[in-house]
Design a protein around this ligand. Structure first.
Ligand SMILES: Nc1ncnc2c1ncn2[C@@H]1O[C@H](COP(=O)(O)OP(=O)(O)OP(=O)(O)O)[C@@H](O)[C@H]1O
Ligand SMILES: [Mg+2]
Length: 388
């Protein structure tokens, strides 16, 4: 959202400020006032002004000095300055003024018409600049979201492909193993009495190995199922999912990052199956668990909990990691906000998770205590989906 542009008026004489306020009344901007150079410099650093109307003759720091300071600061260098002066400036004054960044001079008593029309130009300029900045930032967010969803779609496709490729050989290995076992079981009664001690040991070893192979194949088949759950990431429709399966698949994908010292606990008290957008929800879970893993470092505890809250489902990921400083808590949802080293975090995880919560008609709640841990909870109404 683009806010109203702001103007700064600097004058040490209260009556002049009052007159300025009256003159600027009704213009599409908010006006801040400073009664000294120092006050002006403080405000300049805190706000983003469309222009500064700056009195030259002030006790202490005069207008030229304020302008010179403003020019020396990268953050305030660009601000247009209109000097307000009681006397007609000499050529020297004018040069000094323009040298410190003045774009214009106004002479007291100031004509309201002239003042308003000059100010209007700067307000419009600022408004346009803000529109361009907003469009650029919207574009960047859209681009990052596109990259993220393209990445997830590509990953989903890849995973689905791998799962499919593994599935065929897996199916015949499983079926042949069963046949081999059946054949051996069938001949066992007639073969057993013929075996000497060594042959009997080999027979039993072969049987044990077949049992172990079966355990291995079952594990592969479990992994393939989890890959399939994950590869539903790009599905756009609401579906009933099994939350335990989703959690397992997220944890499997992050398996390589779950160090030995990290304990993951599930506390699933909510409904085991519910309706949602499976792909986005998996992604949200993945983002939250990734952040929790980053937060705990080498060792810690991560709890993934679900519960029914009235008509809503809550999915919470808690960690006992480093926590988020209070002053940053309102910023973590911003796109591109990251405290992680360059190349590690894009700062998109939570902003995407937040939009996924919104897509479900819900919210993303954050509670965090520095040094103790963080809980991020997606809460969304269960019934909403059936309406749309
Ligand atoms: N569980 C958490 N504990 C502590 N800080 C967190 C936690 N989750 C998020 N944060 C803070 O919020 C910031 C933003 O998180 P977000 O997931 O949006 O981006 P990221 O993890 O830095 O990068 P990306 O998710 O794109 O790889 C993180 O850099 C971190 O400072
Ligand atoms: Mg993240």
């Amino acid at each position: 959202m683009i806010g109203r542009p702001q103007l700064l008026v600097v004058d040490d004489v209260e009556a002049n400020l009052v007159a300025m306020e009256a003159t600027l009344e009704g213009m599409d901007c908010s006006v801040l006032f400073a009664r000294s150079g120092n006050e002006a410099l403080k405000l300049l650093l805190k706000h983003d002004f469309a222009a500064m109307l700056l009195d030259i003759q002030m006790p202490g720091m005069d207008g030229y000095e304020v302008a010179a300071h403003a020019r020396n600061h990268a953050q305030t260098r660009q601000i247009p300055i209109i000097f307000l002066t009681a006397k007609h400036e000499t050529k020297e004054d004018a040069l000094r003024g323009y040298g410190t960044g003045a774009v214009d001079f106004l002479f007291k008593p100031i004509s309201p018409v002239v003042l308003r029309s000059k100010v209007k130009v700067f307000l419009e300029l600022r408004q346009r600049q803000m529109q361009v900045e907003q469009a650029l930032s919207d574009l960047k967010v859209a681009q990052a979201q596109l990259v993220q969803s393209a990445k997830m779609a590509a990953l989903g496709e890849l995973v689905a492909g791998v799962a499919h490729e593994i599935n065929n050989p897996l199916a015949f290995a499983t079926s042949h193993l069963r046949t081999a076992r059946d054949c051996l079981d069938r001949v066992a009664p007639s073969v057993a009495p013929l075996l000497d001690e060594e042959a009997a040991a080999n027979w039993s070893k072969a049987n044990n190995r077949l049992t172990e192979m079966n355990v291995g194949l079952e594990r592969i088949s479990e992994l393939v199922n989890q890959l399939r759950t994950f590869s539903r990431l790009d599905e756009g429709e609401r579906k009933v999912i099994d939350i335990a399966e989703c959690i397992d698949s997220a944890l499997m994908i992050l398996g390589h990052r779950l160090k030995e010292g990290i304990v993951v606990e599930r506390k699933l008290a909510g409904p085991p199956r519910f309706e949602c957008y499976p792909g986005p929800l998996n992604l949200a879970l993945l983002n939250l668990v990734t952040n929790a893993i980053d937060a705990v470092g080498e060792r810690g505890r991560i709890v993934i909990a679900t519960e029914q809250r009235g008509d809503c489902i809550a999915i919470a990921v808690s960690d006992d990691g480093m926590g988020i400083p209070v002053e940053l808590q309102s910023r973590v949802l911003e796109p591109f906000f990251t405290t992680k080293p360059v190349g590690k975090g894009t700062g998109m995880g939570l902003s995407i998770t937040y939009s996924i919560a919104q897509k479900h008609g819900g919210t993303l709640d954050i509670t965090s205590t520095l040094g103790q841990g963080t809980t991020m909870t997606i809460v969304f109404p269960q019934s909403l989906g059936r309406k749309n």
